[in-house]
Design a protein around this ligand. Structure first.
Ligand code: 3H9
Length: 698
């Protein structure tokens, strides 16, 4: 096995090259290699040490896979102290990303040169921790307290030019990191530059830390690591010595390391990278995509077309009439103009897209040559079947035929064609050019290379892409429909939509379920309820009609200015709609229910138990391949708080036996709704967790 740190001697300079692909994470071998390299350079009488990374990057941080395991020497803070204390001149040459522990090593070296394309940052807060190898003590000394607070609490990646202005790096030079580093180190030696330990620099300036702490805590919406990091930076300013500041950093770091938020965030980090790696797709080549078609230019279709156009894929958009095509074009123009305003798209590229990449059509013939077509028409099985029968006639052999349906049976849609192996579900979330989630819904006969094409498209569109099986609502909407039903039951029994929304935003959701319903449009849930009633509800299921009454009165949520909340033009958010509670009270009276009090804690516990129980069914039935697929779906499509890791990670952290006990207890009130998931029962009986299933599947 190659050495994690390769040692090379070039004249007076000892060169330490990290060779730990893919990102030169600072695992134990790298740390030991750096320590040995410094010692050897000193023993051999070198005058300077140059540290750089082979491959795509300088060190991208501590090795996150080591977190939670017993520490192995040397620990990164001690290694940084040793590097800084070396009597030799120690220089870093940075390319790629110097992140977290990577930037901390760089700050422990005496000088830093970076390629123009390099990025630096301390993103630890996104993993639920804070920089724990001196980053909170050294960065404010070189960049000033305010800049350090900004970088550490946001975790943002800073470009080389900005890092130069901030003083985080000393020089920017283009070329190969080995050459650039050597040239710079030689210049430093020739100019007689002396060692420059950051720990010996004066303590950084004071700011109003309590005010910053409060502000960061508020913005964190329940996430604790950014605010805790403020206290560590405060220690850099207020401690009597650098070492005392380091001690405080270590204490705060260890507190966060032990937190559930750290576990949740690190689970999210690895889960979102694992979703796209399905054993069944290893070695399966996706079909080529040169041009795609989109049917329907409403909000969803226009969003999908926008996402494709932004990725460089030409689009043929089909609408029913020239007027509708014109309106669709307007929506896409507006989406793309937004991208231009945000600096994500150049004016020239905008003109090119509108001039040639986007084609509008009103006849199916225009789709005869596309490689993949996504249908985003009205959510009605008969209409979808007609569309797919038509596509079967028109599309070239090998074209992928995709439906963006959010609930309907892809097997039934596929059966409307003579090529079900080419049919798949590609479920985007609205607005499709913004939302990161894509569910790839695999039907019984879908060919593996069509599934691989769905994933390849997701990758190209920069989506987090999750595989789902066919059922009513797939992964996300099926689980949503259950926890939403749980919320509806709590309303019948005495809670209010406003209390439920508040309890869940306090838990960390971006929005509560009723505010979400207003945003999505109440007509969507209404249509689903009508369809389910028409299909025949189980007589044991509780039902309610107060929400239908809102819709019957023309209140569809934000788009009509009124739903559960009332929205005023120009104002963010809404205020509770006074018509809602009387409708609920009337419904309770009609059903003979005496309302009772719900604590916020009970609301969260029931809502989450309903979510976990349905999620366990989704995994148990194979609709989701692994628990982590559910977690990522809820994180990216449903505003689940990332610092809780996703519902099944949350369940593991709570303890599965307690959750199952609650579900069994509530089954005494409503045995139909609270049917424990067999998988949950099995895991509890075997003393295992959802994460054990993730590990077995990887
Ligand atoms: C820290 O430093 C703590 C210290 O302050 C204190 C310590 C005492 N460790 O994202 P990609 C893997 S905390 C282990 O797909 P990209 C990743 O899982 C750390 N593995 O590539 C994936 O593996 P696989 C602070 C890591 O080009 C592969 O590398 N640093 C680590 O899109 C490729 O990753 C951070 O938070 C790691 N640190 O993006 C940086 N990083 O192929 C976290 C990556 O098996 N990393 N892997 O799926 C990133 O932000 C991105 O990975 C990066 C590259 C921007 C570097």
């Amino acid at each position: 096995m190659p050495e994690a740190i390769e040692y090379e001697r070039i004249g007076d300079i000892a060169v330490l090259a990290a060779n730990n692909p893919p990102v030169n994470a600072l695992g134990v071998d790298v740390r030991r290699g750096l320590l040995a390299g410094i010692e050897r350079a000193e023993a051999e009488g070198a005058r300077a040490v140059l540290i750089y990374g082979k491959g795509r990057t300088y060190f991208a941080g501590a090795d996150i896979r080591e977190f939670g395991k017993p520490p192995q020497d040397p620990w990164l803070p001690e290694l940084c102290a040793r590097i800084e204390a070396s009597p030799l001149l120690v220089v870093s040459s940075i390319h790629g990303t110097a992140l977290g522990g990577g930037l901390e090593v760089a700050l422990a070296t005496h000088y830093r040169v970076a390629l123009p394309s390099a990025r630096v940052g301390l993103p630890e807060v996104h993993l639920g921790i804070l920089p724990g190898a001196g980053g909170t003590q050294r960065l404010p000394r070189v960049a000033g307290t305010e800049a350090a607070l900004d970088m550490i609490t946001t975790g943002r990646h800073v470009r080389a030019d900005e890092a130069l202005v901030l003083g985080v790096i000393d020089e920017v030079a283009d070329g190969d990191p080995h050459e650039v580093g050597l040239n710079y180190t030689r210049e430093l030696l020739e100019s007689g530059a002396s060692r420059r330990p950051v720990s010996e620099m004066p303590a950084p300036e004071q700011v109003n830390f309590d005010a910053v702490y409060d502000e960061v805590l508020r913005k964190g919406r329940g996430q604790i690591s950014p605010a805790t990091a403020v206290r560590a930076v405060q220690a850099a300013c207020e401690s009597e010595s650098f070492d005392a500041g380091m001690k405080r950093e270590r204490e705060l770091f260890m507190d966060l390391m032990a937190s559930d938020q750290r576990k949740g965030l690190i689970h999210a980090f690895f889960a979102e990278r694992a979703v796209g790696k399905l054993p069944e797709l290893q070695g399966v080549e996706p079909r080529m995509l040169h041009q795609i078609g989109v049917i329907g230019g409403g909000t969803m279709g226009a969003g999908i077309a926008t996402a494709a156009l932004l990725s460089g894929l030409p689009v043929v958009l089909l609408e029913m009439s020239p007027e509708a095509a014109h309106a669709a074009k307007g929506r896409i123009e507006a989406n793309l103009s937004g991208a231009v305003k945000r600096g994500k798209l150049s004016q020239a590229r905008y003109a090119e897209i509108m001039g040639s990449d986007l084609k509008l059509a009103t006849g199916y013939g225009a789709l005869s040559n596309v490689d993949l077509v996504i249908e985003a028409v009205f959510e009605d099985m008969d209409i979808k079947k007609q569309v797919f029968a038509k596509l079967d006639e028109i599309c070239k052999p090998g074209a992928v035929l995709a439906s963006n349906t959010s609930y309907l049976d892809i097997n039934e849609i596929a059966a409307a064609t003579k090529r079900p192996e080419d049919v798949i579900g590609l479920h985007f979330f609205s607005p499709a050019h913004v939302m990161k989630l894509l569910e790839v819904v695999v039907a019984d006969k879908t060919a593996p290379n069509v599934v691989a094409t769905g994933f390849a498209l997701g990758h190209r569109l920069k989506k987090v892409t999750v595989r789902a099986g066919v059922c009513d609502g797939f992964i996300g909407n099926r689980i949503l429909s259950t926890y939403r039903t749980c919320a509806d039951h709590m309303i019948l029994d005495g809670a209010s939509p406003f209390q439920i929304d508040k309890a869940l935003t306090d838990f960390g959701f971006a929005m509560g379920p009723f505010a979400v319903a207003d945003l999505a449009g109440l007509d969507i849930g209404w249509a689903v309820r009508k369809r389910k009633r028409a299909e025949g509800l189980d007589p044991r299921a509780r039902d309610s009609s107060y929400a239908d009454k809102l819709c019957e009165a023309g209140h569809f949520g934000q788009k009509t200015g009124k739903g559960y909340y009332v929205y005023e033009a120009g104002k963010r958010g809404g205020v509770p709609n006074p018509e809602v509670l009387p409708l609920i009270e009337a419904e309770r009276a009609e059903q003979g229910i005496s309302p009772r009090e719900f604590s916020d804690e009970e609301i969260v516990r029931r809502y989450m138990a309903a979510m976990v129980n349905e999620a366990a069914k989704v995994v148990g039935e194979g609709i989701a391949r692994r628990p982590l697929d559910v977690d990522v779906t809820l994180l990216y499509g449903y505003g689940f708080p990332r610092y809780r890791g996703g519902p099944l990670k949350w369940a593991d952290l709570q303890g599965l036996p307690g959750l199952l006990d609650d579900i069994r207890k509530w089954a005494a009130e409503d045995a139909y709704f609270w049917q424990p998931a067999p998988l949950l029962e099995q895991l509890v009986a075997e003393g295992r967790t959802f994460d054990d299933l993730n590990k077995e599947a990887s």
